[in-house]
Design a protein around this ligand. Sequence first.
Ligand code: DGL
Length: 238
Amino acid sequence: MKRKIGVFDSGIGGKTTLTEIMKLLPHENFIYYADSKNNPYGEKTDNELFDIVCNIVDYFISIDVKMIVIACNTATTRCIKFLREKYKDMLFVGTEPAVKVACDNNYNNTLVMATPLTVHSDRLNDLIEDNIKNNENIILISCDGLANAIENNNEEKINFILHSLLDKYIDKNIDAVVLGCTHYPLVKDRIQDILKDSVLIDGNIGVAKRVKQLLTENNLLNDSNEDGSVEFITSKKE
Ligand code: DGL
């Protein structure tokens, strides 16, 4: 049996990451865990989130995955350091707000949209400090409720939250918007409708490249030429 790659998020958002990984690695087999029961991660305490995430990691280890992709900025910025300490033999790839991409492009004004936990994480602050240049201005937006509204496909709430958060930046010369939660690419057209001239950036391609690089370095690439597969599971009780 070919070993799978475990991918998880607090629901459907991480599928945006999975799609990019599958484009780059079409022969790999994946298991995607949508932890919808515990959505939103971005409004949990650190302890709650760490327990939730460890349960998923334990499950993935029990089915012998070869790598775990945390397709969630919140779980990555808050937990990946501790996961790497606790599960020393597991390969982890995380998803972080693509602040570096924005800074490397020398945008003057960048908005970073993320969950409350990500916005207040040391990791996001470090990412900004390590990459920001003198001429660059980065504005963090804590998007309370947005990931949950997207998860529940609540159109009205999604529109209300996006307009309340973003309307004030229309005509403020925002060059780029970093989508710092894997749920947000699912509503990128609506974000673009509000901030028409801004470039939208997410970290999913970077994650896919890192997955490929780590599999290659560890001799774990699937050498079959057959199409890969993906199995979806969810924690949500219908
Ligand atoms: N999709 C997740 C992220 O990238 C989590 C959203 C949430 O559950 O709050 O942050």
